[in-house]
Design a protein around this ligand. Structure first.
Ligand code: DGL
Length: 275
């Protein structure tokens, strides 16, 4: 019986981000789907996306999706909120495309009790306003407060997850939101889960932090259950490939550490061009 006849699809799932942030999403999908293969693209040569114009981010996003299609992926996960603001399609070249904003917005709506939600993101994500629109379309009584936190991305890339400087910067960005008494905070940039403890320290334990990685993993699970995505066949060896547009030993060390916590498959690294 062929894979196709058996309802199986051994092609990898493609995931991309500008840098290390999307590894927080990759981690969640690897944890949720341990029998799947993955190709991760980190556009390290062009990071950050969050300070760039919508047009430039759209250009990069299309190039990244084209690269993943060339790697014969069966689905594309846009593991970057900034890029997700410039993805207008549910499908690209016949593959389903998953953005991280819609599932994150749905989780936030389900979580809030006092109807006050904060969205943290890059400047580009906050400017695009997708979260506020999506949350309001689901429940217009929810008040959405947005805050750009541009210094969080370099702190996460640096690996300063537990550092007094990170705590100080988190406090500076977030104190007004805390004073506004939000009960749900969307980590609307995939780098931010790396700084979760510093962010949680500002808000306190009673506030729910919404992680886009967990949110998008649930979305994929629903599509596997519905048969829209076909599972990998167990006869194929698992692949966990990380492609970077600029080589970075620091990236390799950080991401290997993160992935080790969810998978025994050793990630392989290569440098690629997507242009
Ligand atoms: N990780 C990206 C996001 O989720 C942003 C990082 C960047 O600015 O490149 O928005």
């Amino acid at each position: 019986v062929t894979d196709q006849a058996a309802g199986l699809d051994p092609r990898p799932i493609g995931v991309f981000d500008s840098g290390i942030g999307g590894i927080t999403v990759l981690k969640e999908v690897v944890r949720a789907f341990p029998h799947e293969s993955f190709v991760y693209l980190g556009d390290t040569a062009r990071l950050p996306y969050g300070s760039k114009s919508a047009e430039t981010v759209r250009n990069y996003t299309v190039q990244n999706m084209k690269y993943l299609v060339s790697q014969n992926v069966k689905a594309i996960v846009v593991a970057c909120n900034t890029a997700s603001t410039q993805v207008f399609e549910d499908e690209y070249e016949g593959r389903p495309v998953y953005n991280v904003i819609d599932p994150g917005a749905r989780l936030a709506v389900a979580a809030t009790q006092n109807k006050k939600v904060a969205v943290l993101g890059t400047r580009a994500t906050v400017r695009a306003g997708n979260y506020a629109r999506k949350i309001k379309s689901l429940d217009e009584s929810i008040e959405v407060l947005s805050q750009a936190c541009p210094l969080f991305v370099p702190l996460a890339e640096e690996g300063w997850n537990e550092d007094p400087i990170t705590n100080l910067i988190a406090f500076r960005y977030l104190q007004n939101l805390k004073a506004a008494d939000v009960d749900t905070v969307v980590l609307g940039c995939t780098h931010y889960p790396l700084l979760k403890s510093a962010i949680a320290r500002v808000f306190g334990n009673h506030v729910t932090l919404v992680d886009s990685g967990e949110a998008v993993a649930r979305q994929l699970q629903a599509d596997f259950d519905a048969g829209k995505l076909k599972p990998n066949s167990s006869s194929h060896p698992l692949v966990l490939k990380v492609a970077l547009t600029d080589k970075s030993d620091h990236f390799e060390t950080l991401s290997s550490e993160l992935l080790k916590t969810v998978s025994s498959t050793v990630a392989t690294f290569e440098t690629v061009s997507v242009i």
